[in-house]
Design a binder for this molecule. Sequence first.
Ligand code: URA
Length: 215
Amino acid sequence: MTDSISPLPAADCAICPRLADYRRDNAGAHSDWFNAPVPCFGDPQGQLLIVGLAPGVTGANRTGRPFTGDWAGDLLYETLAKFGFSSGRYDRHIGDGLRLQNCMITNAVRCVPPQNKPTGPEINNCRPFLRARIDSLPRVKAILSLGRISHESVLRSLNVKLKDHAFAHGAVHDINGLALYDSYHCSRYNTNTRRLTVAMFEQVFATIRDDLAIA
Ligand code: URA
């Protein structure tokens, strides 16, 4: 268990100088945006934790809720609703009244990175917050990693060797009783190039829903 670290970095977290500078730049240009480490969203008693990459600049960094306000969120929240992991209607802002059921969403990196690309040290710096989040969920049985960076950061959080669990879309890894599911990230790029189709993404959620129902 991680007992000394909060799952939420301080609003003025300065551990990653490049990300703190970028947050400040965005705050200067858009003082009405959130512009801080984005907290997790969802059910603290949930069995499923979804781990994305990092906030999008005009998505979660603007609205203050993971995946809220950008294309990736449109697909993710629609899919969560379809598979029974939410109630209410997603509407691209934090006041939409949406509630997640049996699931929580976080990111491997909590601050928006320039060009959507966190560096290795930034991913490492943010990992204690990811580990603290995993540790804080008393009923967690499944983690869904969206993309390889999330997958590798989750494995490192769980002190598991990367070489024993290669990332592959649709793969399910047993990590000492915790199931780690992999999906390609639901980014606009991946869906536009059809690396990830809606059917592929839904299949991952169908598997998770069925596995949780029988566990
Ligand atoms: N928004 C997020 O919060 N995370 C992602 O990985 C992508 C978009």
